[in-house]
Structure formats: structure tokens, C-alpha cells
Design a protein around this ligand. Sequence first.
Ligand code: S3P
Length: 451
Amino acid sequence: MELRVKRAPRIDIEITVPGDKSISHRAVIIAALSNGVCTLQGFLPSEDCMHTVNALRALGIKIEQPEPATLIVHGKKRVLTPPKSEINCGNSGTTMRLLAGLLAGQTFESRLVADAGLSKRPMERVIAPLRQMGANIVAEGPEETPPLRIQGGSLRGIRYRPPVASAQVKGALLLAGLFAKGKTIVIEPAPTRNHMEMMFDYFLVRTAVDGNGSVTVFGDQVPESRDFGIPGDISSAAFWLVAAAAQRRGHLLIRDAGLNHTRTALLGVLLRMGAQVREAIEDTDQVEPRGIVEVTGFPLKGTVIQGKEVPQLIDELPILAVAGALAEGKTIIRHAEELRVKESDRIAAIAHNLRAMGAQVAEMNDGLEILGPAPLHGVRVPSFGDHRIAMAFAIAGLFADGETVVQEAECIRESYPGFEAVLEEFTNPKRMQISTPVIGSLTPGPVEEEA
Ligand code: S3P
């Protein structure tokens, strides 16, 4: 499938985004382990998350889906049954890594297979610590890549410092820790999204989080069944937020977005680049904070993204690189070598596509240097089979001359079903819903300068 994009007219729109991908994976897994029926609202029915749902069904969990975004999960008190065949994780790294942790503590053997893209991605990062816990895992691909054959068994808690900051690794170890004897402690090199620990807490699993980046789960616990509401995915919102921020006087309001502080670093970057950004948490009763994000566009200026900020906006870097190409001056992204092992080599993919559209980009081992503002030209760009590259360059197309064609854009369904319909609203002014600015600002924006 090709996605055809033309320059956007003035952006003034109010939208919502589908459920958070990271939270959706975790919610359905924890509900499946719980001691009763849990209803999940706002679930993301994307290809990646459905791989997790189908894997749990293959492990004997009844999961009903009366509507695309509603799941009724019949938890079986941590009892899973041996799958009849191999479990297909598709292109979902989160599915494979979280399931590796879950399956390591079972009494049966299972095999996790992946599509061609995920089959190239590193699994050593979860296999090594799970082996330390006593798991028997064999990666059948070269250099510890999928498929994974997991012979579950009894596990012991460990104290582990992952060499890379990864919420998937932390999540896998915390899930394995639920089935282990004693405590499992993960000490993160830099803070990553904290959904697993927040959700454990909500499902009454005993955990301890200290200020030095260590997360502890106490072994041998059964989560208490609870209903759970999943907020909109701020990483999906990011594409539209950048579009509005990069258009002078562009205005966008997103309701019911997840505003967990471990996920909102993007907003700080947009503010630094000169956009006006407001966020207002509206619902603090739920586990995950959620509310309104509002952005008003100003001429953007380049910025530096590096260090501990990187793991907190790792999925937003492709679209922030596009923002960099539209901004005045240099945007530098460093310490982001993890981008090389995402759904594509995102450093190479971003550099290739931005150059194809006319931007000046230098590629570094661990990042990019982008000199803007670039007059972008509509050309054909590959998606590299990567949903976030496809969406980032669809947004670049909103700022380009002529027509931009994103090739092989079907991968967008992995994380954002419905992306194309919103894109259509951005390019077709007749259908735009004009929204009034919201009062109340948590994050002050810059003072508007007249042209
Ligand atoms: C995710 C963690 C991140 C992120 C991915 C989702 C998660 O990966 O890039 O899209 O839900 O835990 P890493 O753990 O590899 O950083």
C-alpha cells in the first residue's frame, strides 16, 4: 500500500488517538495472569497488540473482544497451558521480549517465531538475564536472534543492571520475577517508561521502586483482577503534535492522551524548539495520568537531544528528526544507537529519506545532525517496513512541495490503525473540526512574535 500526501493547509484540529501500545500489551498480559475477569477499555487493536492477545489465547486464556478497543480477559490465576504450536510474534518486539519473560517461568516448552524484520533484532538483552534467573532459552537465529525456544522451569530472583536502557527488558524481567523465588531487582542505566511497575501496583502486585532507578518485584504473586482504562498513545499523538508545531499558527488539541511523565519528553523538546505546548492532566483517578495536550505552531529552531532524555522519547525520534529538518539551524540527536535495532535501522532510514526530500543530514553511529530549514520536495520514500518511519515521512509530506509517496505503508497498522483517516483530515480543510484553545496551562509557551 502507498500513502500519498500533499502539503497541508492551515492546521486547526481536535482529535483523539488510539490506545497506548506499551500499556495495551502489558494490561492484557497482567489481566491474563490475574485471579478473575478484567475488562480493558481503550485497548489498541493494532497488529502488534493483537499478536500479544493471540499468544495469550494460545496459552489457554479466554479473551473476548466485543468491540475493537474492549477486551474481556478471563484471568486464570497465573495458570497457562502449553501452546499447541509455535507462537507468532509477527513484527512485535514488545510481544516477543515480554513473552520471553513470561514463558521462562512456565512448566512447559514454547517456541516464539517472528517475521523477517523481527527475526533480525537482538534478543540477547532478554535471554542473558533470564538465563541468570535459571531459564533455559535457545535463540535459533544467528547472534541470539529469533526464533526463541524456551523450556520453562523454576526461576530465582536476581539483581540485574541491563547494559541498555530498555523498558522491554525491564518488563520481561519483572514478569519473570512474578514466577521466581525471592526478589527480582532491575537497576536501570536511565529511566524508561514505567508502565509495568505502575500496573503491577494497580493489580496489587507487591513492588518497590526507589529513586536510584531500581525496581523490585517480589516473587510468587498473583495479580488481583481489576478493570483498566488505557489512555491514548502519546507516541501516536507525536506525529500530529509535530505537524501542528511546525506550521506557523498551526493548532492542535488532543484529548485523552496518556501523560505519564516517562513518555512526555517530546513535549519538552517541542517547547525548546519554540512551539507553544500545554498539557493538562484531567484524570488522576486512573492508574495512568491522562488529559489534554495542545500545541500551537511557531517557527521552530534546532535543538540537541541526547543523554537520559533519549530513552524517554526513543519512539519519537523519527518524527523529531523531521521537525529538525523544518527548524531553523542545527538539530543534533546523539546517544541514540538503539535506533539502529528498531523495526528498521532508523538512523539510516531517517537520513536516507530526509536526504531524498532535500534536507542536509549527517549520519553518526549514535545519531544524526540535521541542518534546517529544508525546502522539502515530495518524492517517493520507502518505509523500510517500519511503521514509525512511514508515519514520520507522511508528516514530512505535509510540508513538502508536490506529492510525497510513502511506499509499503501497510506497516502503519502495527501501531496506529486509523492513521490514514486522520491524515486525510489534516489535508482536507473542509472536514476539519475547528477547536477553541483550552484554558489553563501547565507548560508555558513562548510569547508570540509577529512576523
Ligand atoms: C517499548 C519499549 C521501547 C520502545 C518500544 C515499546 C515497550 O523499546 O521503543 O516501541 O513497550 O516496552 P526498548 O525497550 O527496546 O527501548
